[in-house]
Design a protein around this ligand. Structure first.
Ligand code: ATP
Ligand code: MG
Length: 261
């Protein structure tokens, strides 16, 4: 049997809290505490939890932006945090990320075609940049000619499509979406979620989808991980958790999101 697309094993990350005394070591907090999960090709894992529960910290470790203090991130069986810098750079084309705020990730002074091609330049594939960014624009439902425009010429939803185009331009196998629709109106949220699901089907993407909103997560994921204070307090098939949440915390998230079961 081949290795899963992505496997997290006992991921743990601690941060130092502000020092309380010059004589003592600064206290630590555990932002992510022994989290394990797998994502297969074509599958979506949703991660839900309140602000500060550790969701983005998981994303940063999965993307190898930040190393865990304990545990492993295995991408196709390979420990990402054990790779040499050059090898990690080459692997990056296979896992890409979409953030909440596309304005933060799109350079306002650059044409969007340039920004979409950025991940290609990072791996030395810039020769193909123009063609592939136009192709990616079409894949996200925009026009190839939009490559010539600037970010301010697009709506919030369109900018999020551009951010998705940039994430798929390297033809990744895994997409990490951290609150990717949280800043959008509900109707636009639905369009972007549909786009992500269509792309997933078309490209066989594995998806790690992070949201504080259970209503959003429930509509898109297969497996669900419920986080509280860095711990996985509930984990399993999404239908089962939404129908019979075992934890009062999950029940309160359900109530807050207006998902009635
Ligand atoms: N670089 C850092 N240094 C110190 N503490 C950090 C750092 N990054 C995150 N934390 C702390 O770790 C905890 C988890 O943060 P994280 O950003 O992962 O939460 P989150 O679930 O993504 O929250 P949100 O829904 O607000 O995005 C928080 O208490 C946060 O303050
Ligand atoms: Mg976050």
């Amino acid at each position: 049997m081949s290795a899963p697309l992505l496997e997290a094993r006992g991921l743990t990350r601690r941060y130092a809290l502000p020092r309380q005394s010059l004589l003592r070591k600064p206290p630590q907090m555990t932002a992510v505490d022994g989290i394990s999960f797998t994502i297969e090709a074509g599958q979506t894992l949703g991660v839900v939890g309140e602000s500060g529960s550790g969701k983005s910290t998981i994303a940063r470790m999965v993307m190898a932006f930040e190393a865990p203090d304990a545990g492993q991130v295995l991408f196709r069986g390979q420990d990402l945090h054990g790779l040499k810098a050059g090898e990690l750079r080459r692997q990056r084309q296979h896992f890409q990320m979409v953030f909440q705020d596309p304005f933060g990730s799109l350079d306002p002074r650059r044409r969007v075609g340039w920004s979409i091609a950025e991940p290609l330049r990072a791996i030395g594939l810039e020769a193909d940049g123009a063609r592939r960014s136009m192709e990616a624009l079409e894949q996200v439902g925009l026009h190839p000619g939009d490559a010539e425009k600037y970010p301010h010429e697009f709506s919030g939803g369109q900018r999020q499509r551009i951010a998705i185009a940039r994430a798929i331009v390297t033809r990744p196998a895994l997409l990490v979406a951290d609150e990717a629709v949280s800043a959008l109106d509900v109707s636009v949220q639905a369009q972007i979620l549909n786009l992500l699901m269509d792309l997933q089907e078309e490209l066989g993407l594995g998806l790690l989808f992070i949201s504080h909103d259970l209503a959003v997560i429930g509509s898109i994921c297969d497996q669900l991980l419920v986080m509280q204070h860095g711990k996985a307090i509930e984990q399993g098939p999404v239908g089962q958790i939404l129908r019979t949440p075992a934890q009062p915390y999950t029940q309160s998230l359900l109530k807050a999101s207006g998902v009635f079961v």
